[in-house]
Ligand binder design. Structure first.
Ligand SMILES: Nc1ncnc2c1ncn2[C@@H]1O[C@H](COP(=O)(O)OP(=O)(O)OP(=O)(O)O)[C@@H](O)[C@H]1O
Ligand SMILES: CC(=O)N[C@H]1[C@@H]2OC[C@@H](O2)[C@@H](O)[C@@H]1O[C@H](C)C(=O)O
Length: 396
């Protein structure tokens, strides 16, 4: 057990109210939850009390995206941006608790602005802004943040981190499952048909499968000159015709050749990748709807190809989560690509699909306070189990 900080609550594994905060690679806003957690890991239970998404103010979003895209920024402006993100996260934490008994702990993922996957002879590097010390001070609530660092220092990718939570909340002893997140990026957790205790020891796999909504969001933004930022329910793409030769061509991308552990981000599947897609599409004279249909099918096919390449068996079911689980057309294309495996959403298995990642960071903060590891070395490639996160207490 780590020595508890005097400014932090010393938790016992019984009912604890925690806020979870997450903003991922879509940079659409802060997903916030208020949960009651009990148990430790294999007997963990979650009661979702409140859940809300707080869109970023347009100017803050623009600054974050500019930074993600590698635009130059002075250190003074970087400091200001970090403060502003922390303030937005703190406001989200306060707002999601409004009218409820307060949380005693916050788990804040922060905003990813840069991710360098680990490689042979190169450590990973992952930078999340929105510093936890400021969130703790503003909310007067102890805050755990910077969850990816310990895993990276142990030579892991620092991502994905949600798989250990998936094991504890979604394993089934009779059915193997893939939990497929469709955020900006896509990532999966393969849960063999084992109970939670066995699963933590063996068989679980997880990795970033490639793009989630990122190429769709970027394409919609480009095609509408910034008027729209995503294809609501996939309605636009559903009107188009898929260009199958392009999908086939894009599936040859070298990222899909890499065996797990692997992780990715906007640095790879970002604007430059989309430029290449648009260039490759030029000879086909596609309409905007055709382009979106083709990018949507590519996204679905990339997930199916990753499963075929890297899973020991097709899963008994695929459970979707993340914002892309709301895209009806993407879900249809996934169901076709994964046929005959049934495709559902985690909400139907008791875990809100849109809130799952922020719930996971509430749990990782709780595990930090219990001294329990949060990573799965088989997934991230780390050399050992790590207690994840840096904790900031409230010193009045
Ligand atoms: N109704 C909807 N129809 C289509 N797409 C949707 C809908 N709702 C959300 N999305 C998509 O989900 C995205 C946000 O998903 P989410 O919040 O899970 O991503 P994230 O957490 O930023 O990403 P990551 O998991 O990569 O960190 C939006 O940018 C949009 O593309
Ligand atoms: C560096 C980073 O923010 N990675 C995210 C991103 O979004 C999806 C995928 O890429 C995943 O690896 C990770 O997020 C989830 C929450 C995770 O760590 O499990």
């Amino acid at each position: 057990m780590p020595t508890p900080d005097p400014g932090l609550p010393f938790l016992q594994p019984d009912k604890t109210r925690v806020v979870g905060l997450m903003s991922g690679t879509s940079v659409d806003g802060i997903d916030a939850v208020l949960v009651d957690l009990s148990g430790s890991d294999q007997d963990l239970t979650v009661d979702l009390i409140a859940s809300q998404t707080f869109a970023y103010a347009p100017s803050l979003r623009r600054q974050i995206l500019a930074l993600c895209q590698g635009e130059r920024i002075s250190l003074a402006n970087l400091a200001q941006l970090d403060d502003n993100i922390a303030r937005a996260f703190a406001e989200a934490a306060l707002a999601v608790q409004s009218g409820k008994d307060p949380a005693i702990l916050i788990g804040s993922h922060g905003q990813t602005v840069f991710h360098r996957p680990a490689a042979a002879n190169t450590l990973g590097y992952s930078l999340q802004l929105g510093r936890g010390d400021l969130i703790a001070q503003i909310t007067q609530t102890p805050t755990v943040c910077n969850f990816r660092l310990a895993d990276i220092a142990a030579q892991g990718h620092g991502a994905p981190l949600v798989p250990r939570v998936d094991v504890c909340l979604l394993s089934d002893r009779h059915q193997s499952r893939c939990v497929q997140n469709l955020g900006g990026m896509g990532n999966t957790t393969y849960l063999p048909a084992l109970d939670r205790v066995q699963s933590l020891g063996e068989g679980v796999l997880g990795w970033d499968t490639g793009p989630g909504n990122i190429l769709l969001d970027l394409a919609v933004t480009r095609l509408t000159q910034g008027q729209l930022s995503y294809d609501a329910n996939g309605q636009w793409a559903a009107q188009g015709k898929i260009c199958h030769p392009l999908v086939h061509q894009w599936l040859q991308d070298p990222y899909f050749e890499i065996s797990p552990p692997k992780s990715t981000g906007r640095e790879y599947f970002g604007p430059a990748f989309l430029d290449q897609c648009f260039q490759a599409a030029a000879p086909y004279n596609l309409t905007p709807a055709d382009l979106l249909a083709t990018l949507t099918d590519f996204t679905a096919q990339s997930v199916a190809q990753e499963y075929r390449r890297f899973l020991p068996h097709p899963p008994g079911a695929v459970l979707l989560c993340g914002g892309g689980s709301q895209n009806t057309y993407l879900r249809q294309r996934l169901a076709i690509a994964l046929n005959p495996t049934p495709v559902g959403i985690t909400t139907d298995y008791g875990l809100d699909a849109k809130a799952k990642e922020s719930i996971a960071f509430a749990i990782l903060a709780y595990w930090h306070q219990l001294g329990l590891p949060g990573n799965l070395p088989r997934v991230t490639g780390a050399q050992r189990d790590c207690v994840l996160g840096l904790a900031y207490g409230v010193h009045r």
